[in-house]
Ligand binder design. Structure first.
Ligand SMILES: CC(C)(COP(=O)(O)OP(=O)(O)OC[C@H]1O[C@@H](n2cnc3c(N)ncnc32)[C@H](O)[C@@H]1OP(=O)(O)O)[C@@H](O)C(=O)NCCC(=O)NCCS
Length: 146
């Protein structure tokens, strides 16, 4: 299994956060929403202030971003983005599996939102054991129960 660590991101990591955003999710936002780049980037930087983002680090290199929000019963996988050069190497699978294992240990369900158009990410989550809980416009809500 791919070994990774998580390194908390702070408001000072805005450039890295935007680099990953632009290379991964931005195309979906551009297709779906009539938001200009400045608006998109302000939203992304505002989210970083929540203190729930981490860099995914493999062999000392920051390869992506993970955001997990927690409540007493649920782990919400709010963002997972791997830079294109590192996609398809098992990193995303390892990160999601580790969250599923944590959910199993803590008796917490996992939930995530994925764009309906993001067929390959949906396929990945289904393969790992997530099921579709709802379709909400352009977004599919998926869950995993421990
Ligand atoms: C989706 C994503 C997190 C998966 O991480 P990863 O490290 O590439 O995934 P793994 O190597 O563990 O697994 C490969 C699977 O990921 C999915 N995947 C690979 N590249 C992808 C991409 N560019 N976009 C979406 N899903 C992708 C596919 O399901 C692939 O399986 P397949 O070979 O059967 O098609 C990553 O590809 C990514 O960041 N994609 C762009 C942003 C995104 O879609 N984030 C998820 C939003 S909910």
């Amino acid at each position: 299994m791919t070994t990774f660590t998580l390194e908390p991101l702070t408001a000072a990591d805005g450039e890295f956060r935007l680099e990953v955003y632009r290379a991964t999710i931005k195309p979906y936002i551009d297709d779906l929403f009539d938001w200009d780049d400045a608006t998109q980037e302000r939203i992304i930087l505002d989210q970083l202030g929540a203190g729930t983002h981490a860099a995914i680090v493999v062999v000392g290199q920051r390869v992506g971003v993970l955001q997990v929000e927690e409540s007493p019963e649920i782990l919400s996988l709010s963002q997972i983005e791997i830079l294109p050069a590192f996609q398809g190497r098992g990193i995303g699978t390892a990160v999601v599996r580790s969250l599923m294992a944590r959910g199993d240990r803590e008796g917490k369900s996992l939930t995530l939102h994925v764009f309906r158009a993001n067929v390959s990410a949906r396929r990945l989550y289904e393969r790992l054991g997530f099921v579709i809980a709802a379709e909400d416009g352009p977004v599919t809500v998926m869950t995993y129960a421990p």
